[in-house]
Write a protein that binds this ligand. Structure first.
Ligand SMILES: Nc1ncnc2c1ncn2[C@@H]1O[C@H](COP(=O)(O)OP(=O)(O)OP(=O)(O)O)[C@@H](O)[C@H]1O
Length: 236
């Protein structure tokens, strides 16, 4: 089976010289692959390149074996930058719209939306306008929308931002459920302990390059992270 994503030689630099500077990334079906790095390392840029939100200067991206132009976007779920929700629509209406945009058959939408509301514990907010939600609940809504259509490739940029501890656990369980059924997950985070709980593989991005991996079962993952980054900075 083709990788959920297979990106090779990705380069995208900005005027100030920062960006992504030659990255290979693969996410296998059923794998949770985490990306960690300091602020400005290029994590969001890499995720945007994988999703075709940004054009690379060089390199290729294949989703489930198909180029970005030919990819089946109904099988992709993502939350990058900020949760996309229409403030005037309720949670339920936003989710129904998201499901439609992801190609869910009309007859299946109500059931899928109910399940998404249940999974992210959004029940008491289902009828509330998205514009009136707290930041954390808006994030839950964005995650529900990214995950509800059972995508085979999931990209989440710092998804635990603004989530409370209960939301972090709900997200963890949701991602493990998706990977158990064969979805490939690519997720960035600053929370090394949280990442270590779910990830099969952790890649470290520094100054736009992958400089190594961390063992999710390692004893002092934070220390290993800083050692890797420091030695890369010194070499550079
Ligand atoms: N559209 C853009 N135009 C110019 N520079 C950009 C653009 N997008 C990102 N950058 C720059 O690229 C670098 C990497 O940014 P990016 O947002 O990818 O980092 P990050 O690892 O996601 O950081 P953080 O952890 O703070 O979210 C930064 O120096 C940023 O200013």
């Amino acid at each position: 089976m083709a990788d959920a994503v297979d990106a090779r030689g990705l380069v995208r630099t900005f005027d100030d010289g920062t960006g992504v500077r030659g990255v290979d990334i693969r996410v296998a079906p059923g794998e949770i692959h985490a990306l960690v790095g300091l602020n400005g390392a290029g994590k969001s840029t890499l995720m945007r390149l994988l999703l075709g939100m940004l054009k690379p200067d060089r390199g290729t991206v294949a989703i489930a074996g198909r180029s970005l132009e030919g990819a089946d976007w109904t099988t992709v779920g993502h939350l990058v930058d900020y949760p996309l929700a229409y403030g005037e629509l309720t949670c339920r209406q936003n989710l129904a719209l998201g499901a439609r945009l992801h190609g869910v058959a009309p007859a299946a939408i109500e059931g899928i939306v109910d399940a998404a509301i249940e999974e992210l514990h959004l029940g008491q907010y289902a009828g509330r306008r998205a514009g009136k939600l707290s930041l954390g609940n808006k994030q839950r809504l964005g995650l529900a929308s990214a995950l509800q259509h059972s995508p085979r490739f999931i990209v989440l940029d710092e998804p635990t931002n603004t989530l409370d501890p209960a939301g972090v656990i709900l997200l963890r369980e949701a991602l493990l459920r998706r990977s158990d059924t064969g979805a490939g997950v690519f997720v960035s985070s600053h929370h090394l302990d949280e990442v270590a709980r779910v990830a099969d593989r952790i890649s470290v991005l520094n100054a736009g390059r992958i400089i190594g991996t961390l063992d999710p079962h390692g004893i002092d993952i934070e220390r290993s992270f800083f050692e890797l980054v420091h030695s890369d900075d010194v070499t550079a």
